[in-house]
Ligand binder design. Structure first.
Ligand code: MUC
Ligand code: MG
Length: 367
């Protein structure tokens, strides 16, 4: 099997409601659909979400790198030679979600060529994952209402609360209201997207100590190394590295130097191959892993559940699989269903990211 074509299609879909958080806000999904074709007529697909406020990528930079340097590395290669292809891609630094997308599209080709779901090729541990929903900034009553709606409509019982970059008292009030209204059985954790200083984050931890929070993701800027280490050493709950650990090397560096005590894995940035290395590393050290959300479409969330449900260690905590519901539409041909708070891993050959061509024609912005 040889790769004969690489296509990067930018597209735009409005959000039903904007998602706001400490490091940015999203009003439109402007992603890039990657398609890799082979001489056997197979097509491997992946959704690439450029996040300038997290990795510095834009849809233009993703299209540029895919059509240029990455195409040179891919054309003529056999998708089964993933390690060889990755060593070529590795010569280019950064471009994190573009690299993640290439890996997912290669796995999609491998699954299709073997007529097997990638979820099973990877490990096939569970047939579904429990869902955690990410709650963006809104007035307290609106956030509580959104969480209640997710519990009632979808059976979701885990929430990641966006905090940071606003008065500490407001975030503490929000967390207290969620605990009060949702009850003691619901899993709650925080993500400040670097929005506090280490001192403010310590204040938040102290003020919320009676509210049974499970994790605190990116409380402050991990580059402020002494403040971060002071916080991690003193925190009673795991401090999760997300944007400070966008690849295996960074994850190892943050954990080994005391910059974090748990890891978020996002297939949008480390695909399946590098995500599996991070997962094994975390498992060996006894670190909790959260399957995170890169503000993923249903295509992206399908990749997350394909990977997350494949292994025991990535199935332990609820996975962030529901924020596609903030979007007005999607390119996926068969929509994801959330039932009893769970999403099932695809059972079709490949990753399960099958494209609705009419929708792609409607939303693409390159013609
Ligand atoms: C998250 O977990 O931080 C917001 C910014 C980003 O890079 O991902 C999202 C969610
Ligand atoms: Mg995060």
């Amino acid at each position: 099997m040889k790769i004969t074509g690489v296509e990067a299609v930018p597209y735009r879909i409005p959000m039903r409601k904007p998602l706001r958080f400490a490091s940015g806000e999203v009003h439109h999904i402007e992603h890039v659909l990657l398609r890799i074709t082979t001489d056997e007529g197979l097509v491997g697909c992946a959704d690439i979400p450029p996040r300038p406020y997290t990795y510095g990528e834009t849809k233009e930079s993703v299209v540029g790198i895919v059509n240029g340097v990455f195409s040179e590395a891919l054309l003529g290669a056999d998708p089964l030679d993933r390690a060889l292809i990755h060593s070529r891609l590795h010569r280019t630094i950064g471009n994190q979600t573009a690299k993640g997308g290439v890996d997912i599209a290669l796995w999609d080709l491998i699954g299709k060529s073997l007529d097997t779901p990638v979820h099973r090729l990877l490990g096939g541990f569970a047939d579904s994952l429990e869902v955690s929903h990410m709650l963006g900034f809104s007035p307290t009553e609106a956030v509580v209402e959104e969480a209640q709606k997710f519990t009632e409509t979808y059976g979701v019982r885990s929430f990641k609360i966006k905090v940071g970059r606003r008065p500490v008292s407001l975030d503490v009030e929000l967390v207290a209201a969620l605990r009060e209204e949702l009850g003691d059985d619901v899993l709650l954790y925080l993500d400040a997207n670097r929005g506090w200083t280490a001192t403010e984050a310590a204040q938040v931890l102290e003020a919320t100590s009676g509210l049974d929070l499970r994790f605190f993701e990116e409380p402050d800027d991990a580059d402020e190394i002494l403040g971060r280490r002071r916080l991690v050493a003193a925190s009673p709950i795991p401090i999760v590295a997300d944007e400070s650990a966008p690849n295996l090397g960074a994850a190892a560096r943050e954990i080994h130097t005391g910059g974090a005590s748990a890891l978020s894995i996002k297939t949008a940035r480390t695909g399946f191959t590098e995500s599996q290395k991070i997962l094994s590393y975390a498992e060996a050290l006894g670190l909790d892993v959260l399957m995170g959300n890169q503000i993923d479409t249903q295509l992206g969330s399908t990749a997350t559940v394909t990977f997350g449900a494949a292994f025991e260690h990535s199935s332990r905590w609820p996975a962030e699989l529901s924020n596609f519901l903030d979007m007005a539409d999607d390119l996926i041909a068969s929509p994801i269903e959330i039932t009893d708070g769970r999403v099932h891993a695809p059972t079709v050959p490949g990753v399960g990211t099958i494209i609705d061509e009419d929708k792609l024609a409607r939303y693409r912005i390159d013609r």
